[in-house]
Design a protein around this ligand. Sequence first.
Ligand code: SME
Length: 169
Amino acid sequence: MEPTFNLDAVDKKGKYEEFIPGFSALIEGETDMISILANTSAALKEAFNFFWVGFYIVKGEELVLGPFQGSVACYRIKKGKGVCGTAWQEGRAIVVPDVEAFPGHIACSSLSRSEIVVPLHSASGAVMAVLDIDSDRLADFDGTDCEYLSRIADILAAAMHHLDISEKV
Ligand code: SME
């Protein structure tokens, strides 16, 4: 039986605390990264009802759209472009309270108002992929999201570390 992600906690921190054990159980034992990223997107959508949640995967000099939940999105993002490409280039999480105030923001949906992007790092520190979450409300993400989504990204990255590079994505 797969875990469900209908969380009881009322506050955001409590929801993440409740989410992480089920999420860890969900990905344990699976080695196909696309499958893991697909189920992670579905679990995050179910638990938090994010407007858009998914992954962009580093392929050469671009980020390429990976598994996601939400409306159709742009396929490719160059390094340093948009929020995702900037998070990749700088190797750090970026919280954007107002996407219209972020220079070069790439609008996949006109309804997106705020965004958070968190990188997944390889064992050597390179960015392998980014987790991208959009909200249709302004300033929907804060330090709590950054802390817990970074933890989730680290769990995913650790699941990728033991795989041969050709198997990762
Ligand atoms: N807004 C992102 C592009 C991806 S969509 O949000 C799904 C960006 O500026 O990189």
